[in-house]
Ligand binder design. Sequence first.
Ligand code: FES
Length: 143
Amino acid sequence: MPAPQPAARRTVLKGAAALAGAAGAGVTLAACSTAATSGGNTPATPTAPVELGAAAEVPVGGAKLYRERKLIVSCPAEGRYTAFSAQCTHAGCVLDKIVEGEGNCPCHGSRFDVATGKAVKGPATDPLPAVPVKVENGKLIAG
Ligand code: FES
């Protein structure tokens, strides 16, 4: 009759392999996490009005990124403002810059038209959510 030791050893080795696999999966999941760049669990759009500063800081015919507020404000014409969430609709990263009228997502390269919020380059396909914006005493208030 064979001793039970080899079976027990095999069980231990299987367990070690399973743990190694789980640890590997953990590393993979951590690498795909967007929490560090998306601002954690904060919503994509403000839940209360947010003051962004002087409306004059947004160039006429251009846009300004308020990365810490996760907002983009564009100014298609003098005195007219449009705001969008700056949180990418692909996996939630916050856009990092505006290049030639397009908001850039640093995570996977999506681009959004800052005048309309429309996704112009994938992998994102959904537009940036619009956010109400107004000017009070020369200051932009979004949300
Ligand atoms: S999160 Fe923006 S492209 Fe993937």
